[in-house]
Design a protein around this ligand. Structure first.
Ligand SMILES: Nc1ncnc2c1ncn2[C@@H]1O[C@H](COP(=O)(O)OP(=O)(O)OP(=O)(O)O)[C@@H](O)[C@H]1O
Ligand SMILES: [Mg+2]
Length: 256
């Protein structure tokens, strides 16, 4: 049984069929890619799996548990972390506060502990801060821990968002165009970070990305989505040579 198993997921926005009969099985530690032209339905697939929208039809099973109908925060607690296509950070909080805030969903001391400062709370807080620092170091932004997020360059903000997604200790990480708008140096760093997350944390990753070279380098298997339907699925080589994929991209982006 895969870690994440989706069967025949379909979604309509009013009369628009945004996703049709979508299937996916991700094994633990696997890196999967989702590509397709603008408006194909890629972000909608993420939103359906993470509980932002409820699928019109189909099943989504995470770790043997049906998650259709759960709230996004419940799905996050069940082990699914994500970043957003349009960076969503709390602009006036510090870098460290972001990651600590996300970790609160994992802490166990509850309301009484929060008010009365029990030893359990103090121990959990200290551990939490240590783990938050560790994640920020791993993302290469440890030295920025006390900075206000809004004051950071874009690439660094993206890395803070990634640290926040990892702070809940997910089993699988969804990344929606993590390199959108990045310069070549930021892009290189982000690729290195994704590799590190895969190799050191052993997480499964599901990546939406327009930069095909990057998808081809990072992913074991890739799906191509056009008008809400998967038209091709396979290894990077298979996808690169698939005539339907080449047609969808008019041949031009495949080589870049
Ligand atoms: N909340 C919504 N209500 C109505 N239509 C929507 C909604 N969200 C997305 N859509 C439509 O669904 C289709 C798929 O959109 P989606 O954002 O999933 O595409 P995408 O593949 O992520 O595109 P991009 O590469 O530009 O990010 C589009 O036609 C879009 O306009
Ligand atoms: Mg999108």
């Amino acid at each position: 049984m895969p870690l994440l198993h989706i069967r025949e997921m379909t979604h309509y926005f009013g009369g628009l069929r945004a996703v049709y009969n979508y299937n996916l099985g991700i094994e633990p530690g696997q890196v999967r890619g989702l590509i397709g032209p603008n408006g194909a339905g890629k972000t909608t697939i993420f939103n359906l799996i993470t509980g932002v929208y409820r699928p019109t039809r189909g099943s989504v099973v995470l770790d043997d548990r049906n998650i259709v109908g759960l709230h996004p925060h419940q799905i996050a607690s069940a082990g699914l972390g994500r970043t957003f296509q349009d960076l969503r950070l709390w602009r006036h909080m510090t870098v460290l506060e972001h990651v600590k805030m996300a970790r609160y969903s994992r802490l166990t001391y509850g309301l009484i502990g929060a008010f009365f400062g029990t030893p359990l709370r103090q121990r959990e807080e200290a551990e939490s801060e240590e783990k938050a620092y560790h994640l920020l170091e791993m993302m290469g932004v440890g030295h920025l821990a006390d900075q206000i997020v809004v004051s950071l360059p874009y690439g660094a903000q993206r890395r803070v968002e990634m640290a926040r997604a990892l702070a809940t200790e997910p089993k699988i990480l969804f990344l929606d165009e993590p390199t959108a708008g990045m310069n070549p140096e930021e892009l290189r760093q982000m690729m290195e970070i994704i590799r590190q997350v895969r190799d050191e944390l052993g997480l499964a990753i599901f990546l939406i990305e327009h930069r095909l070279k990057m998808v081809m380098e990072l992913c074991e298997r890739i799906q191509t989505l056009v008008f809400g339907e998967v038209i091709a699925e396979g290894t990077p080589e298979e996808i690169q040579n698939n005539p339907k994929v080449i047609e969808a991209y008019l041949g031009k982006e495949i080589a870049t």
